[in-house]
Design a protein. Structure first.
Length: 322
């Protein structure tokens, strides 16, 4: 039986050490990919020089794509998957730079390819310590009629996608920038076929182990963050609202769910956060409004963060001079 061709698509931004660990894991697969597309989101940490000095760019399997500006993970996957698809590879193995596949990950997924209904294959996820984590992986009911377990959603952490699916459903939405781009894309994938779970194929998602204090209000998990980090939650809230607006057919249910979600996260801000409560609520409100209206203000979080830094610096200077 002739094996289909596989191309890995890795999106990176300012994490050159993690990137090389990811690429090394790909190069040492028991069934190595036929090509590795590295999409560099305008890293400022010398990623390209780092790769060049260590000989990665001389490897014929590696295809480096340097972007002139950071267009986020969603934009990076859009560019990388487009390049791999146009190059004619049958399957695209997408992942972030903090992903490290186990040595036999790709080989194990190979056995699921012969099912015509399967348009994508998901891995089991573990953190950097080897502890299993859901990490964006949601299953259907385990009672199913197919010879494989079907997945509702999987993060872009080792998701293997049938390239011809792109001809039917297109590429990830680059305007999402970060967060929920994989959720939305899985919804499109499931509209044309199944996402199968290769439960014995494992990838480590290293950064998922970062410690964050979390609380839960009803079914919503709320992570406590400094205000500078909270600014970037705008993307996730906005993209969630966009998905609801564009996929939830019943407008009454749609707006009810959006309202309940907004109230839950507003309550979490008021109860759990100790600073910038009004600003956090404004970020949350803008995100939901932009999502419903389809307004992708991707520069907003960075602009706001710079304003906060400037205000903090001015406050410190004022205190020092008083």
């Amino acid at each position: 039986m002739t094996l289909s061709s596989n191309a890995a698509v890795v999106v990176t931004f300012n994490r050159k050490q993690l990137l090389t660990e990811c690429v090394d894991a790909l190069l040492h697969q028991s069934l190595p990919p036929n090509a590795i597309f590295i999409v560099d989101n305008a890293s400022s940490d010398g990623t390209k020089t780092y790769l060049k000095e260590r000989g990665y760019l001389e490897n014929p399997l590696i295809r480096y794509i340097g972007l002139p500006q950071n267009i986020g993970g969603a934009g990076g996957f859009h560019v990388g998957m487009d390049a791999a698809h146009k190059a004619g590879f049958d399957w695209l193995w997408v992942m972030d730079d903090d992903t490290e596949p186990y040595p036999d990950s790709l080989e194990i997924m190979e056995r699921f390819k012969h099912y015509a209904e399967v348009v994508a294959i998901a891995n089991a996820k573990v953190d950097r310590f080897g502890k299993k984590t859901a990490d964006g992986l949601r299953l259907y009911s385990r009672q199913h009629t197919t010879p494989y377990t079907k997945v509702r959603f999987s993060s872009f952490v080792g998701l293997l996608i049938r390239s011809c699916a792109i001809d039917r459903i297109g590429l990830p939405i680059s305007d999402f920038f970060i967060h929920r781009d994989d959720t939305e894309y899985c919804m499109r994938l499931r509209s044309i076929g199944d996402i199968a779970l290769a439960s014995e194929s494992t990838v480590a998602h290293k950064e998922v182990a970062r410690c964050q204090k979390s609380r839960q209000i009803f079914s919503h998990v709320f992570y406590q963050k400094e205000i500078e980090a909270y600014c970037f939650d705008y993307y996730g809230y906005r993209n969630t609202a966009w998905i609801e607006q564009n996929y939830r057919k019943n407008p009454i249910v749609r707006y009810l769910l959006l309202t309940v979600r907004f109230l839950c996260f507003t309550a979490a801000v008021l109860v759990f956060d100790v600073d910038h409560r009004w600003l956090r609520i404004k970020i949350l409100a803008k995100a939901n409004l932009d999502g419903v209206c389809g307004h992708f203000d991707n520069g907003f979080p960075q602009r706001l963060r710079e304003q906060l830094k400037a205000a903090k610096k001015l406050k410190i200077t004022s205190i020092q001079t008083s």
